[in-house]
Design a protein around this ligand. Structure first.
Ligand code: ZN
Length: 108
């Protein structure tokens, strides 16, 4: 049940390359460690693959959804927790964002 919830949650995200939403069937669960879920996504429109790390608390609240590479996951794991404001800022930013990942990561 939790798998399906996380998969559905991720399918509400948009591809960072072309902006289309991910098909739930193209979201693949790679595994989880404590509250961190690792997923791969495949965009059928532009045929790119992305890696997502999502922090999902027991109550099912999504704290953070972001696209990270493996090394970035390791790097960010040692940083302070993401606040609700951070998540809201990112949500607003991603909702209207139409550029590529390089621009996204370099723009803050
Ligand atoms: Zn795409």
């Amino acid at each position: 049940m939790r798998d399906r919830y996380v998969r559905r949650l991720i399918s509400t995200l948009k591809c960072s390359v072309c902006g289309r939403r991910y098909e739930p069937s193209k979201v693949k669960l790679l595994g989880s460690q404590e509250d961190v879920w690792f997923l791969s996504v495949f965009c059928e429109t532009c045929r790119t693959t992305g890696l997502i790390a999502a922090v999902v608390k027991e109550a099912g609240d999504l704290q953070q959804v972001t696209e990270l590479t493996g090394p970035e996951v390791v790097k960010f794991k040692s940083l302070p927790p993401v606040s609700g404001d951070d998540v809201l800022d990112m949500h607003v930013k991603l909702r209207d964002f139409t550029g590529d990942v390089t621009l996204l990561l370099g723009s803050k």
